[in-house]
Every structure is written in C-alpha cells, then in structure tokens.
Design a protein around this ligand. Sequence first.
Ligand code: ZN
Length: 283
Amino acid sequence: MFQRFLFFSHRYYRRFWYGLITLIVTVSISLLNIQPSYGISWLELMIRGIQIVQISNISNAQEVELGQAINQELVKSGQAKIYRNQSINNYINQIGQRLAKTSQRSNISYTFQVVDDDSINAFATMGGYVYVNKGLIAAADNESELASVIGHEIGHIAGRHGIEQMRDRALAQGLLSAAGLDRNNAVQIGVELAVSRPNSRSDELEADRFGLENMTKARYAPAGILGFMQKLLERGGSTPGFLSTHPATSDRIRILQQQINPQTANTGSGLDNRAYKSRIRSL
Ligand code: ZN
C-alpha cells in the first residue's frame, strides 16, 4: 500500500514537472509572439522608466503638457519660426483670448503665436497652441476675417482632432502598445502632424462649424468667415495648407452660408477695414 502510494506520487510528481515545463514553454512562446505587436513590454517600460501617454483617455492636463513639448520642439527646430513683433503678437493674442473664452473648450489655456512666413496659413497643435502666419494676417481685410481663421483653429483643438490623428498615426506606425504611447514618440508625431496637417473632410467641416459658432458668441460679425474664404477662392492657385485640399473651398462656403442668417451676417464687430490695416501697420 505504502509502496503503491509512493509509486503514484512519484508519477504525479513527474507529471507535475512535465506540466510546468510545458506551461513555461507555452507562456514563453506566446510572450515572444506578443512582444513585437505590443512594441515594448511592461517590464522594459518599468526598467527604462519610459513615460507613457494614454492616448485614448488623455486628460486635459496631459494634453496641455504634450502641446507644450510639441510647441517647444516646433520652435526649437525652426519648423515654426516665431515672428518677434510685440505689437502684432499682442493683437493676435487679444483676438485669440477673446475667442478662447467663448470656445467649445474654454477650460484650457491657449497660446497664440505669429509665424514669420509670408504664405497664407495657420495651424494648431493639441493643448491650446495656435499659430498664424504673417502672410495670413496681411491677406485678411479686417479683424473679423482674421478671427474666423483663429476660430477655425481653436475648433480643431476643441474637437480634439490632433489627439485622434496622433492615435491613428501611432497605430499605423506600430507605436501604440497596450500600455499607451511612448511620450517621445508622441511629441515626434505631434510635430509631424503640426507640419503636415492631415485634417480630414469631417475635421475641417467641424472646425468650420465650431469656428463660426464661436465667433458669433464672441460678437464678431459672421460675414468675416465668408469674406475670407471668398477671397481665397477668387485668388485661385493652390489652396492654403490650413484649408486642406478637401473639402473644396466652394463647398465650405456653401455649407457656411446655410449656417449664417443673412440678416445678421454683418452684425457684430471686426468689419472696419481701415481700423484693421492701421492696427497691423507694423507688419
Ligand atoms: Zn482646418
């Protein structure tokens, strides 16, 4: 009896070890299989102390912090050459803060900067950073037109378009792990997005709608947005980057016209062309 028990226990003991070895091998193989698609393991993250950004549910504070880092990189690398003109900077900031207050996302702070570039362009990065080219300020006829562009860019931030694009790009490049996105990669992607501005048709239309709503709330005459787009349409040539290649400017004008009441299109401030030209004289 005792002998038999020993025999059985010995057999079970051997089975246990075989089982354990099989389990270890299986786990190792599956870990090896998982590893490349997850990019980086939890253990490696812990050892290397990498900061991870949870793109899917990023907080406002995290987004602002990321925006600061992207802005720093854009400026440092010269990809956004900041125009140092106190009077113009103050003016852009004044228009921007007026719109930020009434925007769909007024609970974060915004930074408005002028880029020393003569092309008609504007762009934004996440966390409240808006950039307006010198060339765009010169091309606008009045403050309402300029406000419509700044409102559009705030609209991209309010719609969190940059975050969505960052997630898509990180996924496409295989950089998004189960844990999230390596912060350095996030900043890198943010800089690329700010420069290339791959806004989709729906992002553009949403930014237009948010921008129009916002400029109306901030008591700017809605006519400015139509005036500026009409001007771009008439100028012909290539569409400025911030308007993207689609939807076509004529489609956007048509959609905006449906949202603007012609009776009140000229109600509000910012339509004084002479006052505007004198305000930007030092440009
Ligand atoms: Zn846009």
